[in-house]
Design a protein around this ligand. Structure first.
Ligand SMILES: Nc1ncnc2c1ncn2[C@@H]1O[C@H](COP(=O)(O)OP(=O)(O)OP(=O)(O)O)[C@@H](O)[C@H]1O
Ligand SMILES: [Mg+2]
Length: 319
């Protein structure tokens, strides 16, 4: 069954994020995320795929209400049809909505793993639940009494997942959950996510690695320059012809199994007016219309932000 038929857990609608900074005495505002929309359903694993600096972590942090102080947010975020106000985000954070953070530095180096998973709860019930989760993620019970520095990279990743699932969340935001892991560990982590989804949990995975996203997710949302440019079923990646945006095609071409065709991109247009295609400078079929408004168009299995017809599209300008 298509998971998008399941109940919607998360809906992000027209999210924009900008930052105010001072350059000397001059106040400057830079928009980093532009009118972003994305949704996650029960039992669905959605991957946000985008380059470094494209705003992926900011999306997760805006859902959790932990954006930096100089950020301004507009748009709406719904959790099970309820608008998430900043107060609601605080209530849900770490409970119904859990984060698997990008950085291991989210773990306190001076506190034992068990206590961090239990969030300081020392009751016997909490201790039992903690051990149960450690066992689930094939971590020895002794790990509860160890410090982060005593664990390998793969073990730390499993501890971060354990910390997130401890509160039995409905939605998990996983920010780069698999950096630098060997393929065996990666397959284990993919299986853990699949098991969580089978329990009905919705998962939003954030990654720069399309290969990993295709291994884990049901749906891929491609991010470029703070905008969603394509939302597409993972199954559609079986053929290049199914992909709709030139940037999605370029990512597909760059995968090792598809020839490793590298590409260099002209600078992102961050801070520019929220109009026109951000990929304009890199697209061999760009025309003046691409500088106008680009609608979020329905496709076979999702949406695309591109005015070109499929047959017009090649991939990238040659270097
Ligand atoms: N406090 C801040 N003030 C100004 N700009 C910021 C601030 N925090 C983030 N940004 C901007 O937001 C952009 C997106 O940041 P984000 O961390 O979401 O990127 P990302 O896609 O997660 O990158 P990566 O893959 O490297 O983790 C950054 O490039 C930076 O320019
Ligand atoms: Mg990030």
């Amino acid at each position: 069954m298509d998971k998008t038929d399941n109940r919607e857990i998360l809906k992000v609608k027209d999210l924009s994020i900008s930052f105010t900074q001072y350059n000397g005495l001059k106040k400057e505002t830079t928009q980093t995320i532009h009118n972003l929309s994305v949704s996650v359903h029960e039992g669905e694993i959605v991957a946000i795929v985008g380059a470094s600096g494209s705003g992926k972590s900011l999306l997760a942090h805006s859902i959790l209400g932990i954006l930096p102080y100089n950020a301004t947010l507009s748009g709406e975020i719904y959790f099970y049809d309820n608008l998430l106000t900043e107060e609601k985000k605080r209530e849900e954070r770490g409970k119904n909505i859990a984060l698997i953070p990008q950085s291991v530095s989210y773990l306190n180096p001076l506190i034992k793993i068990g206590s961090q998973i239990r969030k300081g709860d020392n009751s016997s019930k909490a201790k039992e639940r903690c051990l149960e989760i450690l066992r689930k993620y094939k971590l020895d019970e002794k790990v509860a009494n160890m410090y982060p520095f005593q664990l390998s990279g793969g073990m730390i990743r499993r501890v971060l997942i354990s910390t997130a699932v401890y509160s039995s969340p409905k939605l998990i935001l996983a920010d780069e959950p698999t950096p630098g892991l060997d393929s065996k560990t990666l397959n284990h982590i993919a299986k853990h996510f699949q098991d969580l989804a089978n329990e009905g949990i919705g998962i939003l995975i954030i990654t720069h690695d399309l290969d990993i996203a295709l291994k884990i997710a049901n749906r891929i949302v491609v991010f470029y320059d703070g905008k969603t440019i394509e939302d597409i079923s993972t199954n559609d990646f079986s053929s290049l012809d199914n992909l709709n945006h030139p940037y999605t095609k370029a990512l597909f071409h760059a995968m090792p199994q598809n020839g490793f065709h590298s590409f260099s991109l002209n600078c992102f247009s961050q801070g520019s007016e929220n109009k026109g295609c951000s990929f304009y400078n890199n697209c061999s079929h760009a025309n003046p219309k691409c500088l106008g408004n680009i609608p979020w168009k329905k496709t076979n299995s999702g949406f695309v932000r591109c005015i070109l017809e499929k047959e017009d599209k090649n991939v990238l300008k040659s270097k």
